[in-house]
Design a protein around this ligand. Structure first.
Ligand SMILES: [Zn+2]
Length: 353
């Protein structure tokens, strides 16, 4: 089936080059991106009305399990909220916990997110609950209860902090790692990054309180980094050194972290990150495309999911916004002007495929 989104501003390729034109999709794959009006025949033509077409978001770090407790314990410390005996488990044990996870996933999709990575608590059972309402591709990184071999049930291991397990226990858990993902919260409330790096993670999350030596180690090893600045601020634990991190050669993704502490809205995440950087470092030259890339195509790459850059041969996985009549810069229109209700359409591969 051939379908055309005509009369659009298309953010083409990794550089998000604005193309005034159209996108042709054939059986779910982008077949052509052209300039001007579409003049071909035999296609279903959708008039995008001058809206922006951009890759869908990747929420590269989220805990959907605490969706039933929005702002639970908001004025407590991060430890009191998310540690083993933290209040977040009140949300996990809420009678509507699974419905709340489904509602968060719907909210994410409405906001243009079509892939995610969840650090899922609750062992094999917790993984099953999330999978029962999953509506988009995602990487579920579980945490074993007792001696469960988590790798048999999900896409990998998502470790809370390096101090959660003894060295011996970690070694045993990682024995069956195979080709699956292993990721870890590192440097969130304190600098434990060098210890976290000992497990050779596929990516690290946060680096909020990473000192110079820790950052150097991550940068030298080119370990991908997932940042959650809005959640860090919400938890009151500090902010990552965005300047050093964005200037490094590491692949950078963005995530919204605990739904309990931070709504899973990637549009808010990119606005916050972009402005925070400019404000903190007094740098009006910081390019919003860096942030948009982190929030979209980089996340797919970190998680090993199909590329959703808008270019020929890739699956159609993009948002179409309402027209932004007076927007001089379509990237900035996305990064700090639109909200979820301005997204007219989310085009993505069927799930499950
Ligand atoms: Zn987290």
């Amino acid at each position: 089936m051939r379908c055309v989104f005509d009369n659009a501003t298309v953010l083409y390729g990794e550089g998000f080059v604005a193309v005034q034109g159209y996108v042709v999709i054939e059986d779910g794959v982008i077949n052509e991106v052209g300039t001007g009006g579409y003049s071909g025949r035999g296609a279903d033509i959708v008039d995008a009305g001058g809206g922006i077409i951009a890759p869908c978001f990747t929420n590269s770090h989220v805990h959907l399990g605490d969706s039933a407790g929005a702002d639970l314990g908001a004025y407590l410390s991060i430890g009191e909220r998310v540690a083993k005996s933290g209040v977040k488990y009140e949300a996990h044990n809420h009678p509507d916990a699974v419905d709340a996870i489904a509602a968060s996933l719907d909210l994410m999709r409405q906001g243009g997110t079509t892939a995610f990575c969840d650090f899922r608590e609750g062992g094999v059972e917790g993984i099953g609950l999330l999978k029962s309402v999953q509506n988009m591709p995602g990487r579920i990184l579980g945490r074993p209860l007792d001696d469960e071999d988590i790798f048999n049930y999900c896409d990998g291991l998502g470790i809370s902090t390096i101090k959660e397990y003894s060295g011996e226990k970690l070694e045993k858990m990682l024995e069956n790692r195979g080709g699956k993902l292993v990721a870890i919260h590192a440097g969130e409330a304190r600098d434990d990054v060098l210890d976290a790096m000992k497990i050779d993670p596929d990516f690290v999350v946060h680096l909020t309180n990473a000192g110079p030596q820790s950052l150097r180690e991550v940068f030298e090893r080119k370990i991908p980094i997932v940042l959650c600045p809005r959640a860090n601020a919400s938890f009151g634990v500090g902010l990552p050194d965005l300047k050093a991190i964005f200037e490094s050669d590491c692949l950078i993704g963005l995530g919204t972290d605990n739904v309990m502490a931070n709504p899973p809205n990637m549009l808010r995440e990119i606005e916050f990150t972009w402005k925070l950087y400019r404000g903190l470092y007094k740098d009006p030259g910081f390019d919003a495309r860096m942030v948009l890339r982190a929030a979209t195509v980089n996340g797919r790459r970190i998680l090993g999911l199909p590329d959703n850059t808008i270019k020929e041969g890739n699956q159609a996985d993009f948002i179409v916004t309402k027209p932004m009549e007076y927007a001089v810069d379509p990237v900035l229109a996305l990064v700090h002007r639109i909200g979820p209700s301005d997204i007219k359409e989310v085009v993505s591969p069927p799930y499950p495929s």
